[in-house]
Design a binder for this molecule. Structure first.
Ligand code: ZN
Length: 72
């Protein structure tokens, strides 16, 4: 069967094959795929960089604390 279903990405408004090569898995959605294609999802992630930066800082801080605790 070569009739691949297409899925519409609401961000770039393009139709992509509805599989995990173009869309991330999203079990909450009825078709099991994310609403955004992988390219748009990646772009969205870079938009939230300030938030990620804080998370990264907290992560390294926690890692440092755990490391100290393990050594003590
Ligand atoms: Zn897209």
């Amino acid at each position: 069967m070569s009739t691949a279903a297409l899925k519409h990405c609401y961000e770039c408004r393009e139709d992509w094959p509805a599989d995990t090569e173009f869309f991330h898995r999203e079990s909450r959605n009825t078709d099991g795929l994310a609403h955004l294609c992988k390219a748009c999802r990646k772009q969205a992630a870079t938009t939230y960089k300030p938030k990620n930066h804080i998370t990264d800082s907290l992560q390294s801080l926690l890692t440092g604390l755990l490391h100290q605790g393990a050594r003590a």
